[in-house]
Design a binder for this molecule. Structure first.
Ligand SMILES: [Mn+2]
Length: 322
């Protein structure tokens, strides 16, 4: 059975502590368990201090059959950053802007950009599937939406890995493949009703909101919006237009990462669990440090429960274990 691990973002020490807490052990450089295997939810890189060690641990587990992994938006971006744009001389599939560079600079420094190791890691990222549909459970970095997964079938092989020739199309803003990939790796955004917008924390006017797409009870835009508390009042309490959401079929549990939660670990609902508890967030200036690396120990159950979460903090202490 599977132990699912959320976004790590270069924090190897909590990763080892979490593996140890679940009775995994390292043998000949490969972490393993006698009866269980890991599924990583993506976002191995960017931000944290030990990104190469995180990749070494995850990759060796995958290559020796002790883990599976899906691609996160940060791995997708890392590949696009390193891939020349065949149509524009000197450009890359992910533009080397200051903003994109800042987001990726920790990785580029640690890996020594353009080194052999960099190339090798990018090659490994390309082997990560966009999602896993296994017996009894599903795994995707941000959003399980059948229409988007269907669209992505045009761009992936039979293991759900991006085809070599599809990278250019999937990075082309506005293409059907790009839009589908955005949803799957970064979550579902929906447009607000005609004429409604709000200012985000940087003062930018926004006409779209991130959604809690898993909330099948949400009726209004405000119910479904995933926005900071100070902004929620600006989102209208109007019924969401038809066709913007497709509620999850609730026929199999789904595991996600991506959402930087900072609550106590618990499923989002009986069928859906997010395991990203913000291990890579900045420490709070005051108040309690709630940053955790989180796992869910799945043993075949169809209804997810809080008792099966286990997480560690930056000190490697187990918090919220069963
Ligand atoms: Mn992510």
């Amino acid at each position: 059975m599977y132990d699912l691990i959320g976004d790590i973002h270069g924090h190897a020490a909590p990763l080892k502590a979490l593996l140890k807490a679940m009775d995994y052990f390292e043998q000949d450089g490969v972490w393993q368990h006698l009866e269980r295997t890991v599924i990583f939810l993506g976002d191995f890189v960017d931000r944290g201090p030990e990104q190469l060690e995180v990749i070494r641990i995850a990759r060796s587990m995958v290559e020796h059959g002790h883990a599976q992994a899906v691609m996160g938006n940060h791995e997708f971006n890392a590949v696009a950053w390193a891939t020349p744009n065949a149509e524009i001389e000197g450009e890359y599939l992910r533009i080397h802007s200051d903003k994109n560079h800042n987001q990726h600079v920790e990785f580029l420094t640690q890996v020594n950009a353009d080194s052999e190791l960099h190339e090798e890691i990018i090659a490994w990222f390309k082997t990560l599937p966009l999602y896993l549909d296994l017996e009894g459970l599903r795994v995707v970095h941000a959003c399980w939406q059948p229409a988007s997964l269907q669209e992505l079938k045009h761009h992936t092989d039979d293991k759900n890995c991006i085809l070599p020739e599809a990278w250019a199309e999937l990075t082309r803003k506005g293409s059907a493949g790009f839009e589908a990939l955005e949803i799957v790796l970064k979550g579902l955004e929906i447009p607000l009703p005609e004429g409604v917008d709000f200012a985000d924390k940087d003062g930018h006017r926004r006409q779209h909101i991130r959604t809690k797409w898993w909330d099948s009870k949400a009726v209004t835009y405000r119910d479904i919006a995933m926005v900071p508390l100070e902004i929620i009042e600006l989102i209208p309490h109007e019924p969401i237009s038809d066709g913007l959401l497709s509620s999850y079929a609730n026929d199999k549990p789904v595991f996600l990462g991506h959402y930087w939660l900072n609550t106590d670990p618990a499923p989002l609902n009986e069928y859906i669990a997010c395991l990203d508890y913000s291990i890579a967030a900045k420490p709070p200036k005051n108040g309690i440090d709630n940053r955790k690396l989180c796992a869910y120990r799945w043993s075949g159950e169809q209804l997810l429960c809080t008792e099966n979460f286990i997480s560690v903090n930056h000190q490697g202490d187990i918090v919220n274990a069963r």
